[in-house]
Design a protein around this ligand. Structure first.
Ligand SMILES: CSC[C@@H](O)[C@@H](O)C(=O)COP(=O)(O)O
Length: 374
């Protein structure tokens, strides 16, 4: 995708400094485009934990590059190497608990590293694994766009070409991935195909990924959109102003339950009550086949209460925070919730659209029926 007309991805290898990885530091969007250099394992762990990068697919790619970076600093002593690699993997795995792409990426990288005997081979394998994960994410998101496009096309035909109103939550756009996005991929595909679309963008408190990042992306791509307060979606649905909801996923269970940004569940409930199709767009790296019941089994990240108590904005070129609550009021910050499969109309994946049921998912992804472990 593009920022100010320049092609961009969210993570890339610095051309003139081998071993240095560059990211967009998303904490400053939409007001400032800041590029950060990541050089050491600790830089990668911090970038994921403190959300310089965020979004399930991008967290995975960053972790894979983080493991490569750890290999560049690995001890020459062969006997110490296995413990060192495991510790580096654990450091990355502990950064954020909900998005399963992190474990997927680490597991893939470790398998590749294991195929090589010496440090040089292992380091090259770690780099190749990070590149594989990155390119796979780009291609899967592109395909999600192609498979989701007919959904929007069909609604557009029914509406005789009037704009299709799509509601989305958080940022499951290209900035949460490497390119295209998950929930946004069908939207970009429809817009690029000349189908009129309009996106309702949930602001997504407390970190406002919708208001800050989804709005930024859509604006950059010329997609008509309106930012709404989180509690607006139900009202719009009651008044026929939402034709379709598409959200992303951080972890999807065997039976099709979906963990996504806090508030997704409430939108799914409102969609069900109003007969609005509610789709989840996800690459297969988001499936966790070890988990059946998402509500009971998916770990939900709890972040600092200050993210709720303060709101971030910009004045005179400077990012600043404002206290919203009484100084002494405690706050709680659950970052994700789980939408049960019964509320999901379908899963838009890189292989096509399937129902959110164990049978339908297993038919589309038969090779994943075995348990996975990191
Ligand atoms: C692009 S995948 C979808 C999710 O990763 C996205 O909707 C989301 O919830 C991101 O949460 P975040 O806490 O910003 O990493």
């Amino acid at each position: 995708m593009k920022i100010d007309g320049q092609p961009f991805r969210t993570i890339w290898e610095k051309a003139d400094e081998p071993g240095v990885i560059q990211i967009i530091d998303q904490r400053h969007l939409p007001h400032q485009l800041m590029i950060e250099n990541l050089r050491r394992l600790s830089d990668f762990a911090k970038a994921i934990k403190d959300m310089h990068v965020r979004g399930a697919p991008l967290i995975g790619a960053t972790a894979a590059y983080g493991l490569y970076s750890a290999m560049l600093e690995a001890p020459a002593d062969k006997r110490r190497l296995p413990k060192y690699i495991r510790k580096a993997a654990d450091t990355l795995l502990q950064t954020r608990p909900t998005a399963v792409n992190l474990a997927y990426a680490i597991r893939y990288s470790l398998q590749k590293i294991d195929t090589q005997a010496d440090l040089e081979g292992k380091t090259a394998a770690a780099l190749q694994a990070a590149r594989d994960i990155t390119e796979e994410s780009v291609e899967h998101c592109r395909l999600i766009g192609q498979h989701g496009l007919p959904l929007i096309e069909a609604i557009s035909k029914r509406k005789n070409g009037a704009p299709v109103n799509i509601l989305t939550h958080c940022n499951a756009g290209w900035i949460a991935c490497i390119d295209h996005g998950t929930a946004t991929a069908p939207i970009y595909a429809a817009h690029d195909a000349g189908i009129p679309v309009h996106v309702w963008v949930d602001e997504t408190r407390p970190r406002n990924q919708g208001a800050r990042i989804t709005a930024f992306e859509l604006l950059q791509h010329g997609v008509p959109h309106t930012v709404i307060a989180d509690n607006t979606g139900g009202h719009l649905m009651q008044h026929g102003q939402v034709d379709l909801a598409i959200v992303g996923s951080d972890r999807t269970t065997r039976q099709g339950d979906v963990a996504n940004k806090i508030g997704t569940y409430l939108k799914a409930l409102a969609a069900k009550d109003n007969g609005v199709p509610f789709y989840v767009a996800l690459p297969s790296s988001t499936f966790d086949f070890e988990v059946v019941d998402g509500v009971l089994e998916i770990p939900i990240e709890e972040r600092s209460a200050d993210e709720v108590r303060y709101i971030q904005g910009m004045r005179n070129g400077k990012v600043f925070k404002v206290l919203l609550t009484p100084v002494d009021s405690p706050a709680a910050n659950y970052a994700f919730d789980v939408t049960p499969a019964r509320l999901v109309s379908g899963l838009i994946t890189e292989r096509g659209i399937c129902e959110a049921t164990e049978d339908s998912i297993a038919r589309m992804f038969p090779e994943f029926s075995l348990p996975k472990t990191a």
